[in-house]
Write a protein that binds this ligand. Sequence first.
Ligand SMILES: *Cc1c(COP(=O)(O)O)cnc(C)c1O
Length: 387
Amino acid sequence: MSEPIPLSQPDITEAEIRSVVATLRSGRLSLGPRLEEFEHLLTQRVGRRHGIGVSSGTCGLHLSLAALGIGPGDEVITPAFSFVASANCILHVGATPVFVDCDPRTLNMRRDEVEKRITPKTKAIVAVEVFGNPAGMADLAALCAKHEIPMVEDCCEGLGGRAGDEPIGGFGRVAVFGFYPNKPITTGEGGMIVTHDDRIADLCRSMRNQGRAAGSIEAGQGLGSWLAHERLGYNFRLSEINAALGVAQMRRLSELIEARQRVAAAYTRRLMGHTDLILPTVEPDTFMSWFVYVVRLSDRFSAKDRDYIINGLRRHDVGAGDYFPPIPLLPFYRQRFGYQPGDFPVAESVGHRTVALPFFTRLTDREVDLVCQTLEVMMTRITFARS
Ligand SMILES: *Cc1c(COP(=O)(O)O)cnc(C)c1O
């Protein structure tokens, strides 16, 4: 028997362990040099002036909308096909999400579909690089510029990618990365807001730290200004321990991306030409850092078939997932807003047929082959059961 193959696995080496241990020994566990270093390394990489480390990608999205002054009565456009956080952040600030169906090929929102939903109440657009694919982001940024609406780029899945000359994280007025263990780099839990906008950066820095004045990190040594809360804030700080992990991961970013590209290429080689599978597409002039490897079953397969395949993979110790069920059809959103099946036909059809395959840096070609074989066996069983 072979070892179980997980859906995802972080790439942690001695370098990460040394970095975290050194921080533990330093005695400084919050708001210190490692956070500043992590913010510096990431902003350098994506070419943005400011980086604000926060405790999760979700907190980063929430803070970005709060810093943009979005609140009750405002509408924010967001994709139906994404992870739930890219809509929840809109509810966290009391605004109303307006969902847009996805493009069937790139799985991102399309400019023309977004434009149709813009009203005088639209105060921002949360544009997501779904599965780390920057397809259409430049178009969405241009649309936002035309309507003078800020774009919040939810690039939680895309660190290290690029479209043309623009790195992921460079499209929105504000962009947010996430560092959950399955993301391109991890800090355990964590996120980072990046922006060129000095005012937004100051607001985010203040609000992540209970509304203290930006720059009161040093002031924290004396009680005076440490307790001078200027505005309603949150505790969304990223600890030094998490930041130390992030610093070590950032230093290995190129190596991590290379490994992800190797695994994606192995899957594509192995599955290319399969008549019942739609593989991820990469636009011309695009560099993908690869977040996940998600294949889609052809229309011959139903949602039930897909679930059977996922369960079959798991029974054979192969991790698999169903990224993503459309957000508006999640129980909470259906109850609150009354969305119905059929409201977002593309996201629904795609969401019924996705199979996320094991994807992480250390996956070997042999394991990729085993995963694909198991997938094919499960698909064949369904075909036989029908005939
Ligand atoms: C991971 C992710 C987030 C944020 O995740 P956290 O777990 O809060 O760090 C937000 N949006 C998308 C699209 C994501 O994939």
